[in-house]
Design a protein around this ligand. Structure first.
Ligand code: SF4
Length: 219
């Protein structure tokens, strides 16, 4: 797996002296005690920048290398991944927990998905979007793995990308229950892990092998 620049996934900043970290916040739902701990370390270590990232995390920026381990000790939170070749984050919208448009429990399912696939070594970084309805607030169609809640169940899409090579993910299956969704997601991820080249994102992988080949392997 690619390595971060400093301990616990810390990333060296452009000044070549200070580091950033992204403590893991599953599906962007932050616990009250974690919020308090973050506020306390920002004060204690005089952290100059706290940035909400596009992946629903909080980046703490501007610490020295020596501060990273004590900060994580004080936080009591897991490290988030930002450069390693693995799942980086799950974006999940509020879904049926609070959103009036929600038809599926995207938040709870997003947290579950993050728990299942965190820590698996992959060919490239990997991002997931879980949206509780077809309005797609969690950007599911431009994530490596996307889940879209519909009345009859989950639609699973694969191979999306919002970066330099923008790509709309392909639909692999619809009307799945949660168990079926996890099983298919696992098959897709395992097939991708076994057959993609190093640093080949899912979008490039699907373009290279063809979506029919992926469907043949996982459906
Ligand atoms: S995707 Fe749908 S359920 Fe999720 S926040 Fe947007 S409107 Fe609400």
């Amino acid at each position: 797996m690619s390595q971060a620049d400093g301990p616990k996934g810390a990333i060296l900043q452009r000044d070549k002296k200070t580091y950033a970290i992204v403590p893991r916040i599953p599906a962007g739902v932050i616990k009250r005690e974690d919020l308090k701990a973050i506020s306390d370390v920002v004060d204690k270590y005089d952290i100059p920048i706290v940035k909400i990232t596009s992946g629903h995390r909080l980046a703490l920026v501007g610490m020295t290398e020596e501060q990273i381990l004590p900060i994580y000790e004080d936080l009591g939170m897991d490290e988030g991944k930002a450069v390693e070749l693995c799942l980086h984050y799950v974006q999940a919208c509020p879904g049926t927990d609070v959103c009036k448009f929600g038809v599926q429990n995207s938040l709870g399912f997003g947290i579950e998905i993050e728990g299942i696939f965190t820590g698996i070594e992959l060919p490239a970084k990997f991002k997931v979007g879980v949206s509780g309805c077809p309005f797609l607030c969690a950007e599911s169609l431009v994530r490596d793995l996307g889940l879209i809640g519909k009345k009859k169940g989950w639609t699973l899409v694969f191979g999306g990308n919002s970066g330099r090579q923008v790509r709309k993910a392909d639909i692999l299956a619809e009307d799945l229950n949660e168990e079926e969704t996890i099983a298919l997601a696992r098959k897709c991820i395992e097939y991708y892990a076994a057959n993609a080249k190093k640093k080949e994102r899912t979008g490039a992988f699907v373009e290279r092998i063809g979506i029919d080949e992926l469907k043949k392997a996982v459906l």
